[in-house]
Design a protein around this ligand. Sequence first.
Ligand SMILES: [Fe+2]
Ligand SMILES: [Fe+2]
Length: 337
Amino acid sequence: MDVKHYYNPQGEEILDEKIYGGSPTGFVDFNRSKYRWDSNIYDLMNANTWFPSEVNTSTEKKNFEALTDNEQSIYKMTFAQLSFNDSAQEEYLSDFRRLANNRLVKSVISLQIMQEVNHSKSYAVLLDACGNSEEVFNLYKYDAALNKKNLQVAEQFAKYIDGGSADKMLLSAMASVNLEGIYFLLGFSYIYLLGDKVPGARDMIKFIARDELNTHLPLFANIFKTIQKENNIATSTIDAAYKMIEDAVKIELEYGHYLLDQFPIMGITHELMEQTVYNYANDRLKKIGLDPIFDESATTYLQKLVTKHLEMNEVKSNFFESNVSNYAKSSIDLNDF
Ligand SMILES: [Fe+2]
Ligand SMILES: [Fe+2]
């Protein structure tokens, strides 16, 4: 590796560092943030710090065994897929970080990487308590639909991640928007539907969902918008971004429909799933500054369940207010670019 990769006294001024392209001097200075959303998201990520040991999993095995056969299958197939998402995201983030230029944005990604590892650890803790860790982590070997979704998620990550152009960086950021904003969502809602029957799983997912939706999604939405603003992005690239989210919607619904057909539970319908995923996809498009393209319907029951569990609890909000004093909670702006 070139020494300049670590220290380049002739490099750019910190406030000139773009997300893609250029040569940073090599300093991380949180007091000179070019974008502001980067350090705000970093502070919010830190304020939300949690550990799997905070979740009570002592009755998870007993609770799991009391579920119906279909509910047990939904539980296992959901964790089998979500755990893959976090494993893939950790690796993708390491690659994206390496190809990015702005050191402060890279630092925020470093913290996100830590959080994704924490999510992987939390699945292992939960499933170990449940007594089916090995079975769940091996399901991809036996279930073709699960294997297919994992493969499609991996293909979206792999397709553009070579740092060859700003357009490719933009589309690789889109893969992350899809992961944080689409591929987790039906899984989260299934676990919330089981809810009080499996409080260990519900509480673990609550913490994970807050990380994914409150900070990781805004981070990559801002990265997407910033790369677009800082570079002359081709119209065909934006068309490809729309195509990627259309593919993500198909991938999420295909696995969702498969699970529902195999293991019907609690009045979920294909239509409810479609409305939910379409609404989320439109929201993600708006977050990255593009136009919504899917049929919009009223906020669904599944969306309301996910939103309800995003609220910070007492402990976390106290922690937040006492620890993050450099900005008032009401004025946090994660989209100020
Ligand atoms: Fe995660
Ligand atoms: Fe994430």
